[in-house]
Design a protein around this ligand. Structure first.
Ligand SMILES: *[C@@H]1O[C@H](CO)[C@@H](O)[C@H](O)[C@H]1NC(C)=O
Ligand SMILES: *[C@@H]1O[C@H](CO)[C@@H](O)[C@H](O)[C@H]1NC(C)=O
Length: 459
């Protein structure tokens, strides 16, 4: 035991490695804040890049979480052409940076790190934990389906090998793994069987999948009632495979700026129940211009009321007069940003058009809003397939917006919404129960014990 500058006697020191891209660090911090409040005498050193830490820790502070910056691996003069390139730079330096960072944090706290809690995407961390001879807790911030695809990559490649020369992405593969019954080749995350299997990112994910069985625990942002078969299977392969989500039901206090600067909620208040289509493709994805046109025309011809969160640069691709007409006749509102969670929970929302990112899919599920998915990359395809197979939404036909496909999809999704479909309501209830005092709550208590040694009472 050591006394810190704050005169708190820390009992344990946990190092946390974030994967500093997209929503990964925010989800990691949500997890760590929960752990930190459950274990007040444990100090958490939180490692991420400077930019990511700046955004995360601007307003929130927690006395037992200490942010540390690590390099993003970029050389000064190099500009990044795409997200994968940024990831490659980071992966090149990650191990050295985290190793160096841990040494600094151990000096600061005077305590050796006794557990690594990491984003599973930080592939090198398994070896690090082994060298340090401490538990490795690998957090999976996305769905069980994508985790399974990475865990079983070797098996999947083996099973799919005979098809690869001849079959297209729409080829269905039956019984690939338990719980993934009729997935299509093109639904698997890029880098598993299709796409560039040798990219640094794909290589890292493959290696991560192979090493996960060594983890002491694999917590995941989902709830086990959602994918009972997959959960059962992975639980037989992984130590402490713990569904502890959905985080969006737990992390209520944690978004500092839940403001509604574009008055979305007020506009929704004036719409009829379950009639409005909410459209958002996350921060990174944009449909190509011709698809924006098809989607806009479908909305306008259908006279579907809509709220569309899209950045201003895209406006120039809209059909001529689209913004003026739809705002004048009151059917549409286009904003650069919307408070998504609040919007989805508004009674006026009938349908959610999404890219199928995991966080968005969970938000739609928990709000009980049927989804139309237009996947772009990574795990969007498999998430979209799951949304369809859970019966709570559909993939846009052909994978792209055409006027016809969009109108068909809207019709189907609005009818699911109007009839308050039982499956949608059922899954939503299960999610609430899981975090209230059900499986996710219980699993979280197990995780606290694994990471910190603190035992929380089970009810
Ligand atoms: C889990 O799935 C794998 C891959 O299909 C299979 O080999 C294994 O027997 C399954 N285990 C259980 C317990 O279902
Ligand atoms: C969870 O809480 C609800 C409502 O308080 C209660 O009815 C139910 O019995 C509890 N379930 C468990 C497993 O504790």
């Amino acid at each position: 035991m050591e006394i810190t500058s704050n005169n708190i006697i820390w009992e344990k020191h946990v190092a946390v490695f974030a994967f500093p891209f997209a929503s990964h660090p925010a989800l990691m911090l949500t997890l760590v804040r929960r752990l930190a409040s459950a274990a007040p005498k444990v100090v958490f050193s939180f490692f991420s890049t400077e930019a990511s830490n700046k955004a995360l820790f601007s307003e929130l502070s927690c006395y037992n979480i200490k942010p540390y910056d690590v390099s993003d691996g970029k050389k000064d003069h190099v500009s990044i052409r795409n997200p994968e390139e940024g990831i490659s730079f980071f992966l090149t330096v990650a191990e050295d940076e985290f190793t160096r960072g841990v040494r600094v944090a151990e000096m600061d706290t005077g305590l050796r790190v006794s557990c690594l809690v990491v984003d599973a995407f930080v592939g090198c961390s398994g070896d690090m934990a082994e060298e340090m001879n401490i538990p490795w807790v690998a957090f999976w911030p996305a769905g069980t389906c994508s985790l399974a695809a990475h865990f079983y990559t070797d098996l999947i490649r083996h099973k799919c090998a005979p098809l690869l020369g001849s079959a297209g992405p729409n080829q269905e593969i039956a019984d690939l793994i338990p719980g993934l019954k009729a997935v299509r080749l093109g639904d698997l995350p890029s880098g598993v069987v299709l796409g560039n299997l040798e990219s640094p990112f794909a290589t890292m994910l493959h290696k991560m999948g192979r090493s996960l069985a060594r983890a002491t625990a694999v917590p995941i942002n989902s709830f086990q009632e959602l994918d009972p078969d997959l959960t059962k299977n992975l639980s037989s392969k992984l130590n402490n495979f713990l569904n502890i989500g959905p985080f969006n039901l737990i992390s209520g206090e944690e978004s500092p700026s839940k403001s509604d600067e574009f008055s979305c909620m007020k506009w929704l208040d004036n719409q009829e129940t379950r009639t409005v289509t909410y459209i958002c493709f996350g921060r990174l994805c944009r449909p190509p211009p011709h698809e924006l046109v098809e989607l806009a025309e479908a909305l306008e011809e259908n006279k579907t009321p809509f709220l569309w969160a899209i950045n201003k640069d895209s406006h120039m691709h809209f059909p001529k007069g689209f913004l003026e007409r739809t705002s004048a006749n009151g059917i549409g509102k286009v904003v650069p940003w919307a408070p998504q969670d609040q919007v989805l929970n508004h009674a006026a929302i009938g349908v959610f058009i999404t890219h199928g990112g995991w966080t968005s899919a969970l938000e739609g599920l928990v709000a009980g809003v049927p989804m139309i998915c237009r996947p772009f990359l990574g795990d969007h395809y498999i998430n979209s397939w799951m949304v369809e197979s859970w019966g709570i939404g559909l993939r846009i036909q052909g994978g792209k917006f055409t006027k016809h496909a969009t109108r068909c999809a809207l019709e189907q999704a609005l009818s699911l919404s109007k009839n308050r479909d039982e499956r949608i309501e059922g899954l939503r209830d299960l999610a609430y129960k899981a975090v209230a005092n059900g499986s996710s709550d219980k699993n979280f208590k197990t995780l606290v014990e694994v990471v910190t040694g603190v035992t929380m009472p089970f009810e």
